[in-house]
Ligand binder design. Structure first.
Ligand code: SAH
Ligand code: SF4
Ligand code: F3S
Length: 497
């Protein structure tokens, strides 16, 4: 694998196919008697979400419109993840169902892309067992989509276009359809160089490629001017931003420059690696109030022994030092983590170390995973794999502990009034809104009687009330109750009427 920077000329060549694709889509629409629709289904992490926004940008540029939730789309793209085995099982489980859809609509276009496509055995399986899949492409091939569509629609042959190369296409050179009107996902780098021994990402996403800070900052200024309130800087290890380039600024500097741009009220970043995060990042967070009061710092294990075999390049002591410094500098902030239970060779003593660190740091929440053996990774060949019953038992104990800590963390904010960025209607009821505090805590809240917005009284029981109208607004919300994974509250006032 090697990094290939895609030139503007080459991109122009792909993008020059768009007008003719648009004509083909228009012809299909009139043939079928309705506008051609699409759906992109996204599995996996925020990087995949960001990729899907680009795929949607390209699909809309050729005249497709998003299918309604219940409808079967004419163009279906499945953007896959392969981080754990159950991600693969889910895709293959779902894929069979689309065969009937394709039977009903012979012109239906089905493509599978994303991280699973970087594994040859998955492509072979699709070639052999899922002949109704029209195209496969890899996570760094999104800019090739116009060419893939052109080949498929023109020659009616299946297209398998997963490149060996790690392409670097600048984000601003492909169309993007942002799914949330308040949030912009902005990758600052692609790929990963860390080769943690359990992880497939370095194999699926290739080597680290940082975007130029000049381009990132220009894009961010534009996004702020367009009215985005929240920006999420994305990368597998944002703290090593720029290290693959000469004369590039550090992540702390990039964060600071982002914070200085007027307009954003929430600057978020994912993911930080404990081996690379600098104290400067923590102090930059302290200095700028528009940087989220939240750090996601995946620990993976509390045992130095296990961490060594995971190839994480930090030990328990170093992790604790960073976590406790963060707690000291930003006591009002939340600290969250990822933990893997049952890594090969994990002893009961190792697991106890994890529980001890969790108790000491008191994570505000954690994503906990059972170790999943990923073909091709180093740990898959480690001899001392842990039996499933042991993993399940340990996992249960960790979950019990973390659930208690998460609940206690939620309880600690009851009675406080916090600034919320409203995300829209909650999943619980149509008159309940959902949003996040500046420390990324999920809040479901009601608007009590007597609250006005832009001089008009809000009546949440009125037939024309739509919680989604408030998406992207900032409000002060009093937290009234702690729940296991969220808090409840009541809106006091809007900030930016
Ligand atoms: N780049 C990020 C993590 C990306 S993957 C980082 O280094 O922190 C997200 C999480 O999935 C990881 O933090 C890890 O906890 C989990 N994960 C990755 N591979 C896994 C595997 N083989 N089994 C179980 N969990 C895994
Ligand atoms: Fe995977 Fe480790 Fe890279 Fe994160 S840093 S993506 S866990 S290899
Ligand atoms: Fe999954 Fe790929 Fe993200 S494997 S977690 S979609 S980088």
């Amino acid at each position: 694998m090697s990094t290939v920077i895609v030139s503007q000329d080459e991109l122009l060549r792909y993008n020059s196919l768009i007008p003719s694709l648009k004509n083909r889509v228009a012809a299909l629409s009139s043939e079928h008697g309705h506008p051609m629709t699409y759906r992109v289904k996204t599995y996996g992490c925020q990087l995949n979400e960001s990729d899907s926004e680009k795929i949607e940008g390209i699909l809309q540029s050729i005249g497709l419109i998003e299918a309604s939730e219940e409808a079967i789309p004419d163009f279906l793209i499945l953007n896959t993840c392969t981080i754990r085995e159950n991600a693969d099982i889910r895709l293959f489980g779902n894929l069979g169902a689309y065969k009937t859809h394709k039977k009903q609509n012979r012109d239906m276009f089905i493509a599978v892309c994303g991280c699973m496509m970087k594994q040859q055995e998955n492509i072979e399986r699709i070639k052999k067992s899922f002949p109704f899949v029209d195209a496969c492409f890899g996570p760094s091939d999104i800019h090739l989509l116009p060419q893939i569509l052109d080949r498929k629609l023109g020659q009616r042959k299946r297209v398998f276009s997963v490149s060996e190369e790690d392409y670097l296409v600048d984000d601003t050179d492909v169309p993007v359809l942002r799914k949330r009107k308040f949030r912009a996902l902005v990758p600052i780098m692609y790929g990963c160089n860390n080769f943690c021994t359990y992880c497939v990402v370095p194999y699926t996403r290739g080597r680290e490629r940082s975007r130029s800070s000049e381009k990132i900052l220009a894009q961010l200024r534009e996004l702020a001017a367009e009215g985005y309130k929240e920006v999420m800087l994305l990368g597998q290890n944002v703290n090593s931003y720029g290290s693959d380039k000469e004369d590039e600024i550090s992540f702390a500097a990039l964060l600071e420059e982002t914070a200085k741009i007027p307009g954003f009220s929430r600057i978020r970043f994912m993911t930080s690696h404990p081996k690379d995060i600098s104290e400067e990042v923590i102090y930059t967070m302290k200095k700028y109030k528009n940087i989220e009061r939240h750090l996601h710092l995946p620990m993976q294990s509390g045992s130095s022994d296990v961490l060594k075999r995971m190839n994480r390049h930090y030990d328990q002591e170093q992790y604790l030092k960073t976590a406790l410094l963060f707690r000291e500098v930003l006591p009002e902030a939340t600290l969250t983590t990822d933990i893997i239970v049952g890594f090969p060779g994990e002893t009961e003593e190792d697991f106890q170390q994890t529980l001890n660190v969790v108790e000491k740091v008191r994570f505000d929440s954690a994503f906990t995973f059972q170790y999943s053996r990923r073909p091709g990774t180093k740990a898959a060949d480690y001899p001392d794999q842990i039996p499933q019953d042991v993993v399940t038992e340990r996992f249960g104990r960790l979950l019990d502990l973390q659930n208690r800590l998460t609940f206690e963390s939620n309880e600690s904010v009851v009675g406080k009034t916090e600034e919320i960025l409203i995300e829209g209607r909650s999943a619980t009821a149509p008159d309940v809104l959902t949003g996040r505090t500046n420390s990324n805590r999920l809040v479901n809240f009601r608007i009590p009687e007597g609250i006005s917005y832009q001089g008009k009284r809000i009546d949440t029981s009125a037939p024309d009330f739509n919680a989604d109208d408030y998406e992207g607004k900032l409000a002060m919300v009093r937290i009234t109750r702690a729940k296991p994974y969220s808090v409840e509250g009541e809106l006091e006032s809007f900030i930016d009427e």
